[in-house]
Design a protein around this ligand. Structure first.
Ligand SMILES: *Cc1c(COP(=O)(O)O)cnc(C)c1O
Length: 361
């Protein structure tokens, strides 16, 4: 029997070095060490160093661990807003962040693009006094990306508001000057190819200042994962709670592996695989990528309509050959499929995928 290989957009196939790292972790009993021990602090420091290098995180930006990106949505709102947030919504994940803001009693405002369409930020009217602008670099549900130039334009037009970026399915592909935004965050089960259950939250001094200001005004900003609680422990390479030690360890190892390979090389391979696959889908009578504008097409999550067949036929056909691709998101299961293009997905796997799609008639 062929091993099932996951081209799903998260969780996805593990980065190919992960099984060896898990074995080594078991051998060294990493999952049993105290989160207050020197051994853990060393792991924490190593992971932080490698992730900072991989994503070119500026030295004066903070980096902390959470349970996932969902948590970071809530923490950002609790710690860095009291009144309002503004959201560019073009799919289910960006919509959920907007919903969280409403649920927390903020005045959440949004500009919404139809599913499969992106944003030209010149055309957006940003509220002048909003506290936080929430962007999603790669909308995993619709396969739409926000080009980094558009992100920079949002900064130019909004100096006051905090600009926060969901980079969950963009990392480590997206090549971004972080000094142009105030916060970036991701979960590890997408492009990093790790088991789910760990989030990474990067933010600058402006976010810390805003949090302090809100606290001085009497706002409750949360408990163990407030910005001050996180930073107090991070200073000593620790977390407030007993964290996902194994995953923090694995993230450091994978980031190190990616750094050794070179992030430019990884990005180049991802470009190659996505160009090849969009090319095939554009030509193929049974497929039509849902994002028309080529500048807005995600490089990391390819979403296509299936024409003249049920998506399940395509999914089952590939599954027989050991390749698992994703369904459309939510109600789009009925006529779309999603294919992840992450660093772990080798060119060879992509040749096989393209051959199989080609032979599907
Ligand atoms: C998966 C995903 C999330 C949520 O990540 P969790 O780990 O489930 O919290 C948020 N945003 C985007 C763009 C995603 O793809």
């Amino acid at each position: 029997m062929t091993k099932n290989y996951h081209l799903t957009p998260g969780p996805s196939e593990l980065y190919f070095t992960v099984p060896d790292h898990i074995q080594m972790a078991l051998k060294n009993n990493v999952a049993s060490i105290s989160h207050r021990s020197q051994a853990f602090k060393d792991i924490y420091a190593h992971t932080e160093k490698e992730v900072r290098k991989l994503l070119s995180i500026p030295e004066d930006y903070f980096m902390v661990f959470t349970s996932s990106a969902n948590e970071i949505w809530e923490r950002l709102l609790q710690n860095c807003t009291s009144e309002s947030s503004f959201h560019l919504v073009n799919g289910s994940f960006s919509k959920k962040f907007y919903d969280f803001s409403t649920q927390l009693g903020r005045n959440a405002q949004k500009v919404e693009a139809p599913f499969g369409e992106g944003f030209k930020t010149d055309e957006i009217e940003f509220p002048s006094d909003v506290e936080m602008i929430c962007l999603t670099q790669n909308e995993t549900s619709s396969g739409v990306q926000l080009p980094v130039e558009e992100i920079y334009k949002v900064r130019e037009r909004n100096q006051e508001a905090l600009i926060v970026l969901d980079a969950v399915s963009a990392v480590p592909y997206v090549d971004l000057d972080l000094t142009k935004i105030d916060s970036l965050y991701f979960s590890v089960q997408k492009g990093m190819g790790l088991p789910a259950g760990l989030g990474v939250w990067v933010f600058n001094q402006r976010c810390v200042d805003k949090c302090n200001q809100l606290m001085e005004a009497g706002q409750k900003v949360g408990t163990y994962h407030s910005i001050p609680a996180l930073l107090k422990q991070a200073e000593n390479n620790m977390t407030p709670e007993t964290p996902n030690v194994l995953n923090i360890y694995l993230l450091g190892k994978v980031a190190e592996d990616m750094n050794r390979r070179g992030v430019d090389m990884i990005r180049g391979e991802m470009d190659y695989k996505s160009t090849m696959t969009y090319g095939l889908l554009d030509r193929h009578p049974n497929f039509k990528p849902i994002v028309d504008n080529k500048d807005h097409r995600s490089k990391t999550v390819i979403v296509t309509e299936v024409i003249g067949k049920e998506p399940s036929e395509v999914i089952d056909y590939l599954k027989k050959e050991g390749l698992i691709i994703g369904t459309g998101y939510g109600k789009y299961k009925a006529n779309q499929v999603r294919i992840a293009n992450f660093p772990t997905h080798s060119k060879e796997i992509y040749f096989k995928l393209n051959d199989l799609l080609e032979s599907l008639k």
